[in-house]
Design a protein around this ligand. Structure first.
Ligand code: BV8
Ligand code: ZN
Length: 264
C-alpha cells in the first residue's frame, strides 16, 4: 500500500492545479527523474556494474568517442540493454492523458524532454527530444540516421553487441544519435522548445536537476515572458524562479495533479 501524499504536498498540488486550470498554453520539460519510477537510473545516479568507475559526463562527449569509440559505443549498448524492457510509469501516462485532453479542449500543450529513452512515446505522447534518442544511430561521417531497434524476434543480443558498426553508405563509424556535451542541440527541436517556453502561461519542470544548459534555461525564458513556473521534484534544484514546488515523485504527483485540475 503506497503511503498517502503529505498534507503539504497535497496543498502544493492544489496550488499548482489552480494555476493550471486557467492556463491557455502549457509547456512541460522532463528530465531523467520522470523515468526513475520505470526503473531507469537518472543521469547523475551513480553508475553500476562495469561502468561504476566512469562518470556519464565523461563518456557522453565527442572527445571520448574520438579517443575510444568502442568504449563509448559499449556504454550505449549497455544503456540500451538497461532500458529495453522498461515501461512507462504513471508519470508518462498522466502526461500522455493530459496531452490528449488538451487536444480536445483547445489547450496548447507542448512536451519537451531531455531524456533519450522512448517511454514518453510508448505512453502515447507527442514529444520533442532536445538531447537525441537512444534507439537511433547516426553516421559520424555522412550523418545518415540508422535505427537501432534490437528486434526481439532476431538475435537481440547480437543487435546490442559491443562490435562497432560501419555505415552502409560511406563506411563511416555509427554513433548514437545523441547530443553529447559540447555539441549543439538539434536546431528544430530547440526552436520548438524556446518558442513554447516563451509563449506559455505555465512552464512545468519535471524530474530534472536543471544543471544542463541550454535546456535548464527554458524555465527562465518562460518566466521572462510572464509565465508561472512549477517544479515537480522530490529533491531541491538550483532553480530559484519557481512559483510552486511539488516535492514528490512525478509518478505520484502527476496523476493527482491531473485529477485536481479536473475537479476544479
Ligand atoms: C551546448 C545526452 C554549445 C547524453 C545530455 C551554458 C550555455 C550553454 C552550454 C553550457 C552552458 N554552461 C555549460 C554548458 C555546457 C554543457 C552543460 O550544460 N554542462 C553542464 C554539466 C554545466 N551543455 C552542453 O554541452 C550542451 N551543448 O551547449 O553546446 C554549442 C552551441 C553551438 C555549437 C556547438 C556547441 C549539450 C548538453 C546535452 C548533453 N547531453 N544527454 C546521454 O544521455 O548519454 S545531458 C544529460 O543531462 C542527460 O541527457 C539529461 O538529459 C541532462 C539533464 O539531466 P537530468 O535529466 O536533469 O537528470 P539528472 O540525473 O541530472 O537529475 C534527475 C533529477 O530527477 C534530480 O533532480 C532528481 O532529484 C529528480 N528525480 C529523481 N527521481 C524522481 C525525480 N523527479 C521526479 N520524480 C522522481 N521519481
Ligand atoms: Zn555514412
Amino acid at each position: 500500500m503506497v503511503a498517502e501524499l503529505s498534507a503539504q504536498i497535497t496543498a502544493q498540488i492544489k496550488q499548482a492545479a489552480v494555476m493550471l486550470k486557467s492556463a491557455k498554453s502549457i509547456c512541460v520539460l522532463t528530465g531523467a527523474g520522470v523515468s526513475a519510477e520505470s526503473g531507469i537510473p537518472t543521469f547523475r545516479d551513480k553508475q553500476t556494474g562495469l561502468w561504476e568507475k566512469f562518470r556519464a559526463e565523461d563518456l557522453a562527449s565527442p572527445d571520448a568517442f574520438a579517443r575510444d569509440p568502442k568504449l563509448v559505443w559499449s556504454w550505449y549498448q549497455w544503456r540500451r540493454q538497461q532500458v529495453i524492457d522498461k515501461k512507462p510509469n504513471p508519470a508518462h501516462l498522466a502526461l500522455a492523458q493530459w496531452q490528449e485532453l488538451a487536444a480536445k479542449s483547445g489547450l496548447t500543450f507542448t512536451l519537451i524532454t531531455q531524456n533519450v529513452d522512448d517511454l514518453h512515446e510508448q505512453a502515447g505522447s507527442c514529444v520533442h527530444h532536445l538531447h537525441g534518442r537512444l534507439w537511433q544511430n547516426r553516421c559520424n561521417n555522412c550523418q545518415k540516421i540508422v535505427k537501432q531497434s534490437p528486434n526481439p524476434s532476431n538475435n537481440a543480443a547480437q543487435a546490442l553487441s559491443d562490435e562497432l558498426v560501419n555505415c552502409n553508405d560511406c563506411g563511416g563509424l555509427l554513433r548514437p544519435d545523441i547530443v553529447w556535451f559540447g555539441e549543439a542541440l538539434p536546431e528544430k527541436e530547440w526552436q520548438i522548445a524556446e518558442n513554447a517556453a516563451a509563449d506559455c502561461d505555465v512552464f512545468i519542470n519535471i524530474g530534472t536537476s536543471s544543471l544542463v544548459y541550454p535546456a535548464a534555461g527554458l524555465a527562465q525564458i518562460a518566466r521572462q515572458h510572464g509565465a508561472q513556473v512549477i517544479e515537480i521534484n522530490p529533491h531541491p534544484t538550483p532553480n530559484t524562479i519557481v512559483n510552486v514546488t511539488i516535492a514528490a515523485p512525478a509518478g505520484r504527483a502527476l496523476p493527482k495533479l491531473l485529477k485536481q485540475i479536473s475537479a476544479l
